[in-house]
Design a protein around this ligand. Structure first.
Ligand code: CTP
Ligand code: CA
Length: 223
């Protein structure tokens, strides 16, 4: 038996993490995507695993290697991510939406390579499903963790997303500073909890931030 119960704060819990960008195909060689290295989501999946959870990692295309000891599901588009999450949500105790999901996908996908034409190209995009919002509308026991990368008005937007998506916590980061977030190995975030708690986490490696995020969450479960 471990002397430190925090080490196994997620023992036996089922945790699903989404990570990385989604890729929305335009034609055979072109796509529309979001900036995301996947590092924060992968760090969260590994931290949850180390805390004793059974982890499912639903990942978009990243250059990271598959973490050991987690169930890995590779997806490409927002729609594929939605289906993968929806199918598994009932069994989950916690769902962490660290993925940068494309908000729009082309109305029409061309299978061949489109040839260039004179003049401008106009593409029409439609909205994707807001996966976190769907989860918020259909959850029972699942603890929902959302992310918000903002360039401005971080507090207002993060609190808005918390409410609109019925999440339990939103982890917000300020992306105006290119050193932080995206491809960086460090992150600096602020957690906005549904009960009104606000927890800033100072700049540190994404691994350490991941542990702190999970500790802030699980310590509130024990109350
Ligand atoms: N999210 C999602 N499905 C989408 C879009 C976003 O599940 N189709 C999730 C993200 O994974 C993240 C949270 O919602 O956990 C917030 O994403 P974000 O892009 O910051 O917010 P949006 O609601 O998409 O609003 P906007 O991009 O306009 O800021
Ligand atoms: Ca978005």
């Amino acid at each position: 038996e471990q002397s430190n119960p925090q080490t196994f704060a997620l023992q036996g819990k089922n945790v699903l993490v989404t990570a990385g960008p989604t890729v929305e195909k335009v034609d055979a060689v072109r796509y529309f995507t979001n900036r995301s290295s996947g590092k924060m989501g992968y760090a969260l999946a590994e931290a949850a695993r180390n805390l004793g959870a059974n982890v499912i990692l639903v990942s978009g295309e990243t250059s990271l290697s598959q973490p050991s000891g987690v169930e890995f599901i590779q997806i490409s588009s927002a729609e594929e991510m939605f289906q993968a999450v929806k199918e598994r949500m009932d069994d989950m105790d916690m769902i962490i939406k660290a993925a940068a999901v494309a908000d729009y996908t082309p109305v029409k996908t061309v299978n061949n390579k489109m040839k260039k034409q004179d003049g401008n190209l106009e593409l029409t995009f439609k909205r994707t499903t807001d996966i976190l919002k769907y989860l918020g509308e259909h959850k029972d026991k699942q603890y929902l963790v959302g992310f918000a990368a903002e360039t401005d008005n971080v507090e207002t937007y993060a609190m808005g997303k918390l409410k609109k998506k019925n999440a339990d916590v939103i982890v917000a980061n300020h992306v105006a500073n290119q050193e932080i977030g995206f491809r960086s190995s460090d992150n600096e975030v602020e957690m906005f909890f549904a009960n009104g708690d606000r927890v800033p986490l100072a700049k540190e490696s994404k691994q350490k931030i991941a542990f702190k995020i999970l500790n802030e969450i699980t310590s509130r479960w024990e109350d």
